[in-house]
Design a protein around this ligand. Structure first.
Ligand code: SAH
Length: 247
């Protein structure tokens, strides 16, 4: 199961943190590392030294340009954040995240991504809003930001702990697969276009509309089939809107 958990580092600037992350992951039995637009050379002497024998994970890491490319095939995407955000998002504790994993990872094609931000500025709001949920590692509130590799270590440990436990038999044999991140992003783009077409949404006065709709849909964890129905409704809405314009 652990092989279906991906650690995603965005915009990392210290090679040592990439090495430290590889070590933390390998210690806990995680192997899938993705680097989104690293702001440093990923493999340096610092990487190798901090990886302490786990540098193969960095050599095998997927290096991509965007978060989308790193998590497109994942059914659950969780962003790790040291701070609270202006628009509150569903929050899980590290322990609750672990508790969700067995069910997530035994679901058809289930894959989970844990996303970590930049050392200096964390994750952007746009990146956070692409996640189903946020996880905060409880800390001293006056000093809440962990070193990047240390944050990976804590969550990787919870993953290991949770996956070691007996697998619950919660998955229905013929359950529909959940929508992937990529399918959800296509849906959100389609939704936004439609809302603009029917005059409900003004991109110049967004008022957090798309962010709120994202939060709602992501909280619902739609199955692929359900998302197809929602997209069908959007297509029908657009056809009607076109039809009226023509009259
Ligand atoms: N200065 C940044 C923190 C960067 S630490 C900020 O204020 O957001 C680098 C990354 O480690 C963060 O983006 C986050 O993914 C992770 N991290 C650090 N401390 C964390 C905590 N207490 N809980 C969850 N993730 C944390």
């Amino acid at each position: 199961m652990l092989e279906r958990i991906r650690i995603v580092l965005i915009g990392t600037s210290h090679p040592g943190n990439i090495g430290g992350t590889a070590r933390a992951m390998h210690n806990m039995g995680l192997e899938d590392l993705a680097l989104v637009a690293p702001r440093c050379e990923p493999i340096t002497a610092d990487t190798v030294s901090r990886a302490s024998g786990a540098d193969a994970l960095v050599h095998n890491a997927k290096v991509v340009d965007s978060l989308e490319d790193a998590v497109g095939d994942c059914s659950l995407v969780v962003g790790a954040s040291a701070r609270s955000r202006t628009l509150p998002w569903p929050m899980v504790t590290p322990r609750e995240l672990g508790e969700r994993l067995p069910t997530e990872l035994t679901a058809a094609q289930g894959r989970v991504a844990l996303v970590f931000g930049r050392e200096d500025s964390g994750l952007t709001n746009t990146e956070m809003q692409r996640c189903h949920a946020h996880v905060h590692i409880p800390t001293n509130p006056d000093f809440s930001s962990l070193n990047l590799a240390a944050a990976v270590q804590v969550l990787a440990y919870e993953c290991r702990l949770a996956c070691q436990a007996e697998l619950p038999d919660t998955q229905e044999p013929d359950a529909e697969p959940l929508a992937s991140h990529e399918e959800l992003e296509h849906y959100f783009a389609h939704l936004e276009r439609t809302l603009i077409d029917i005059g409900f949404h003004d991109p110049d006065m967004p008022r957090q509309l798309m962010a709120r709709l994202r939060r709602f849909i992501l909280r619902a964890r739609p199955e692929r089939m359900e998302l197809n129905i929602l997209r069908g409704i959007l297509s029908a809405t657009q056809r009607q809107a076109e039809h009226r314009k023509d009259k």
